[in-house]
Design a protein around this ligand. Structure first.
Ligand code: BTN
Length: 250
């Protein structure tokens, strides 16, 4: 059984916890090293976007993982991250979430957490930095995306306790990471992800990836985490990157 021994480094301010952890990983930091910052001055999101990270308004966290699973299953590390955040929000804040492919956490259809996984070369081989940004209060995100974003404070009606949430997150990551390394771990992660995501199957969505936009109905995920999208013109397409949004009309 693979067990994770997280060790947390805390910073008042960093450009990005992912960037700092990737730097330390390239210099030989070990699996489980985690970084938390009170604020990020250059927080990064998926698809080259910025991640707004004002002081004290969010949980800005990154952890270094070196999975010993087949390379084609590495995308499941982000599924595992989403499941861990969902567990932690439930356990520490009584907030229930939905997962939007691949790993956005939603509360009431608004985004409460984003995950950015980045591969990094280390002296002991390839590893992955999993960066997690959880909106604790509405100050975490710009007012002009208030219709699309939410926070733990709004979803729970209580002031969030960052340390309690962080401790629950680290425990949940350790649990799901061990499961990922079990013989049937990949299937169980995909099954758990599917059961927690209203986007997994039967959802009319639009997927944007650069200049390409596809429309279709979701039809589950492959064993490597690719989203199966049934389109009217091309049948089932496998989506491995892109931004999923609900399609207003069928
Ligand atoms: C997304 O676009 O949804 C992913 C957002 C990921 C943000 C987190 S905050 C901690 C870590 N450091 C970063 O610079 N990004 C991630």
């Amino acid at each position: 059984m693979k067990s994770l021994k997280p060790k947390i480094l805390r910073f008042e301010s960093l450009p990005s916890t992912n960037t700092e952890l990737a730097r330390q990983a390239s210099e030989g930091a070990g699996e489980g090293l985690s970084i938390v910052a009170d604020e990020q001055t250059a927080g990064r999101g998926r698809l080259q976007r910025a991640w707004s990270s004002p002081r004290g308004a969010g949980l800005y966290f990154s952890i270094l993982l070196q999975p010993t699973i087949p390379p084609n299953q590495w995308p499941l590390v982000t599924f595992m991250g989403a499941l861990a955040v969902a567990d932690a929000l439930r356990e520490a804040c009584a907030v229930e979430t939905d997962i939007k492919w691949p790993n956005d956490l939603l509360s009431g259809e608004r985004k409460i957490c984003g995950i950015l996984a980045e591969a990094v070369e280390t002296p002991t081989g390839r590893a992955v930095v999993v960066g997690i940004g959880i909106n604790l209060t509405a100050e975490a995100y710009p007012a002009d995306i208030a219709g699309l974003a939410t926070s733990v404070a709004e979803a729970s009606g209580r002031a969030p306790e960052r340390e309690t949430l962080l401790a629950a997150l680290v425990r949940a990551l350790s649990r799901w990471y061990s499961l990922l390394h079990e013989a049937d771990g990949a299937e169980r992660i995909v099954a758990a992800w599917t059961s927690r995501s209203s986007y997994a199957s039967g959802k009319p969505v639009q997927v944007a990836n650069g200049d390409e936009v596809w429309q279709g109905i979701t039809r589950g995920v492959e064993s490597d985490g690719a989203l199966r999208l049934e389109t009217a013109t091309e049948g089932i397409k496998l989506v491995r990157a892109g931004d999923v949004s609900i399609r207003a009309t069928q």
